[in-house]
Design a protein around this ligand. Structure first.
Ligand SMILES: Cc1cc2nc3c(=O)[nH]c(=O)nc-3n(C[C@H](O)[C@H](O)[C@H](O)COP(=O)(O)O)c2cc1C
Length: 165
């Protein structure tokens, strides 16, 4: 178990992956800790669909970040269930909290992830491809997962620039 600060600061978006299988137990652990995120009224609006192999590669055509999907080993599609929702902003924030839990869990398991949002321009097509009811489940993100094959750096604004008063 990594120290929390090290874990948070060492997570990076990974866009190059090794051609290794990600163990099923690790994916289960990522989903398991995702579902322990906070949500308004504890409504837990997140739903998941895990894609591997050919099925995973089929969704790559819906984003200009095609290579990230094809190079990854697993993609987790994260949906929001409208039947569980009560306030769009709060429900989306809850799904975001769930996603961050998943990214940090993956990092703790030495897996790389990339949160993909650009693909949402085609979210309804992904529902159709996966045969998931688009009138009920809205795609919020796709998370590409795999063993890291790069160590990118990233930067952040200085804290004093972020504090308004
Ligand atoms: C809502 C959201 C959407 C994103 N969409 C994409 C994407 O479509 N493609 C991509 O390569 N990275 C995407 N990212 C990753 C960001 O580019 C990345 O988190 C940011 O540049 C900071 O880098 P870091 O994650 O390594 O700290 C997205 C991140 C978020 C939170």
């Amino acid at each position: 178990m990594k120290n929390l600060e090290i874990l948070i600061k060492s997570r990076r978006s990974i866009r190059k992956f090794k051609n290794f299988e990600v163990e099923e137990e690790k994916i289960t652990k990522i989903l398991e800790l995702g579902r322990w995120a906070s949500s308004g009224l504890n409504n837990q609006p997140w739903r998941f669909c895990v894609l591997r192999a050919k099925e995973k590669d089929k969704i790559s055509k819906f984003t200009s970040y095609e290579n990230i999907i094809t190079e990854s080993n697993v993609c987790i599609c994260v949906f929001m269930d409208s039947k569980a929702c009560y306030d769009r902003t709060k429900d989306l924030l809850a799904v975001g909290a769930c996603i961050q839990n998943m990214l940090l869990t993956a990092e703790n398991l030495n897996l790389g992830t990339c949160w993909l949002g650009e693909i949402l321009k085609n979210k309804e097509k992904i529902n159709e491809l996966l045969n998931i009811d688009k009138s009920r489940y809205e795609l919020v993100a796709v998370i590409a997962v795999g063993y890291k094959d790069e160590s990118p750096v990233s930067k952040r604004e200085e804290l004093d620039k972020l504090i308004l008063r």
